[in-house]
Write a protein that binds this ligand. Structure first.
Ligand code: FPP
Ligand code: MG
Length: 330
């Protein structure tokens, strides 16, 4: 990801980091994203680029590419295309998600919604989603079906999350279904497609699907934890956003027995003080350790699937990537 201006520490070039091994491929993903995000209408290109160039980690394309290489793939052309498509789908969902959540901050900056309003944010999401399927739709039916499954799951995850908004009946099982749909869906299909393009056996392809799924769940759990712990500069949005929005995030669901958490979560517009008290209650409770343990279990389970692959630098990089995603909360 050497060309990406706002790269994070996960994406530094050079063989010393997990993504350094695929830096050249990630540069090509970046180029493809730029081509696809370009429109005859300058406003569309501008809004798309404001988000695309705002510091995304490119985890989904990186996962596809690392799995592809670790499974013995030689020519990454198709995986680069799919990686670009998955990143554009992800970007489209963020644009639409900000509309649904009235999100005013995204990656540390005013969101496209805050800058350009609902209409332009909606149509820019549609544009990127359509461009993504213009690429992904060229592959065989199986791959198109996997990409479609991910997008259906994304929609279902978003709607289920809204169903449990400010709802104290939310349980860990509900949470796992929501996170499985809204986050693990794209991760799992990214890894599965990478293995498929490498010509891996069905056993390996499905093992990589599980790897991506577990990694996605762990990633979302860590994200939810960071929303409680901050700092704001790392998470790119105000600390406590999930509680303020009434989102059934993992720390909230596990902390519902704490009166301050239940009160902030179930109140339509909680005050700053109410959110602050809920965050304090969570931070000084065993919930933080519980969330960390659950995330670590998922990351360990993801890494367990690596035994299906022969040893290689790419397999080690996948293990390192998994650990890096977890270490964000250390
Ligand atoms: C972010 O969750 C939201 C998602 C990852 C999924 C959003 C899905 C949709 C809007 C459905 C539309 C789908 C397509 C295919 C265009 P969050 O609100 O918990 O995270 P945040 O804190 O980053 O906003
Ligand atoms: Mg949101």
């Amino acid at each position: 990801m050497t060309t990406h201006p706002a790269s994070t520490d996960l994406t530094t070039a050079g063989d010393a980091t997990p993504l350094g091994l695929i830096a050249a491929e990630l540069t090509l993903v970046e180029r493809r994203i730029q081509e696809l995000a370009s429109s005859h209408e300058p406003k569309l290109t501008q809004i798309a680029n404001e988000l695309i160039l705002s510091g995304g980690k490119r985890v989904r394309p990186a996962l596809s590419l690392l799995v592809f290489r670790a499974a013995g793939g030689i020519d990454p052309t198709d995986t680069i295309d799919v990686g670009a498509a998955l990143e554009l789908i992800h970007t489209a969902t963020l644009l639409h998600d900000d509309i649904l959540d009235s999100g005013s901050t995204r990656r540390g900056k005013p969101s496209p919604l805050a800058r350009h309003g609902i209409g332009m944010t909606l149509v820019t999401g549609d544009f990127l989603f359509t461009r993504a399927f213009g690429v992904a739709g060229r592959f065989e039916e199986l791959v198109v079906g996997w990409a479609t499954d991910a997008c259906v799951a994304l929609c279902e995850g978003e709607v289920m999350q809204r169903r449990f908004k400010r709802n104290p009946a939310a349980t860990l099982d509900h949470y796992l279904r929501i996170a499985g749909n809204k986050t693990a869906s794209l991760f799992s299909q990214a890894a599965r497609i990478g293995a498929h393009f490498a010509g891996a056996s069905t056993e390996v392809v499905e093992g990589m699907f599980r790897l991506g799924y577990e990694l996605g769940l762990g990633f979302q759990m860590v994200d939810d934890l960071l929303d409680v712990l901050g700092p704001e500069e790392l998470i790119g949005k105000p600390v406590g956003s999930d509680l303020r929005e009434g989102a059934p995030a993992l720390p909230t669901v596990l902390g519902l027995q704490l009166p301050a958490v239940r009160a902030a979560f179930t109140t339509e517009t909680p005050s700053v003080a109410a959110v602050g008290s809920a965050l304090d209650a969570l931070r000084s409770s065993p919930v933080i350790g519980h969330v960390r343990r659950l995330a670590a279990e998922r990351i360990r389970s993801a890494s367990g699937q690596l035994a299906l692959l022969g040893p290689s630098r790419f397999r080690s990089a996948l293990a390192d990537l998994a650990e890096d995603l977890l270490a964000r909360t250390a």
